[in-house]
Design a protein around this ligand. Sequence first.
Ligand code: AHR
Length: 517
Amino acid sequence: MKAFQPKVLALGLAAAFCAGAAFAQVNVTVDASKPGAVIDKDVYGQFAEHLGTGIYGGLWVGPDSKIPNTKGWRNDVVGALKDMHVPLVRWPGGCFADEYHWREGIGPRNKRPVKVNTNWGGVPENNAVGTHEFFDLVEMLGADAYVNGNLGTGTPQEAAEWIEYMTSEGKSTLAELRAKNGHPAPFKVAYFAIGNESWGCGGNMRPEYYADLYRQWNTFLKAPQHLRPKMIASGGTGDDTAWTDILSRDLKGRTDGISFHYYTLPTGKWEVKGAATGFPESEWFSTMSQTLRMEDFVRKNVAILDKNDPEKKIGFDVDEWGTWYDVEKGTNPGFLFQRNTIRDAVVAALNFNIFHAHADRVRMTNIAQMVNVLQAMIITDNEKMLLTPTYHAFKMYVPFQGATSLPVSLSNNTTYGSNGQGVPGISASAAKAKDGKTYVALVNTNPHEATDVVLNVAGQNVGAVRGQLLTADAMDAHNTFEHKDAVKPVPFSATASGGKLTIKVPAKSVLVVAVEG
Ligand code: AHR
């Protein structure tokens, strides 16, 4: 967490919000003949931290629970996440990672030490979920593992031994211990991060000092060549590009990615962030505007990487992003529980479109967080579970995982907002998916007005489009345990007429369609 202060837009009265070009037709042109970078599946990564009920209760209930589970993990939640094709899970934090000692989370669960979760609510942490349990989860999900190491309070020896414990295939005491604890074969660690938010909760360091520590640690983090995780350096946040600049120069040849964190706060202020529901339209607008700052952050950092790393060896990995609102009244403020509305689905889709446009550098991201925390996919309450609008947005975008990005240009776009403070009305992205089809994603940021989009795909005949639409009547429409399907995708199709395909994109909506000839 860091008290960065994004510029807050001075907004006029709600009446000032309008579509800049009412009744206009927006032209969206996709060039199927100029394929770009592949959108890594890991751009759709998730994050599960030891925070609130993000793991305990929301995902993990333990093998003795009455809630149906497999090896302690809830069947309902795991099943829904599998349906969403989660490709990657980051664990155990976040800020928690820099106080996590892996040896406390192995061996018989009833013998593991109980600690205080000092970052998140001061609640007891009984270490029931440790390395083996985490790998059980990712295995059930069919996902890859992103393990975040403890630079803040750990040592290079501790981290080196954790990596040896997870990956060693030879005869070693740690490999034998792993086998004794139930896993003879090595675990596959796709990514390993050296620290988290080292500028803040991870140690309040300067980038130069962090770079030196990274070099030292990285020297000793050894694994068999074919099992070596991609090593991730903990980078910057918001409009601070110094971390990317210094790390990409100092860690050349030593890192596979530099992380970046940016949270969307409606007000742009940490003290009063804005409510998750019941918010005014000015906060719908400012949320759109704040989240679209991601484009600028990515562009600036990528420009630095292009200068310092023209060979493109280093990824720009946004391993924490999403909305962060004021916590729900009556909940533990340290648990970061918030409701999730159609606004969150629109935010998610806007960020996907930004990540796709920079697919050559943005190779992995992790939304914060998977269950019950911040912009969650799933919300639980004891045995109850619901899917959020953000879950549906992720699922609708599954065809983009591993797809080849295609250039998209927009002309005559509408503007939502006023007085030169508007945001683009339509955001678009396109890709050739692994199933051979061209997919187009369209997002309408205007909460009142539908927009007509004329779709052209250069190099391909467009006879029709077919897919799914996610929208709602109210700006804060959300699912509840009583009305679990209040916000859910519905089938959508449109057919060309007179050689022209016009799509009416409803207000506040996310639309993903496949193009048919
Ligand atoms: O996602 C919640 C917290 O936000 C993470 O623990 C930390 O890295 C960030 O400040």
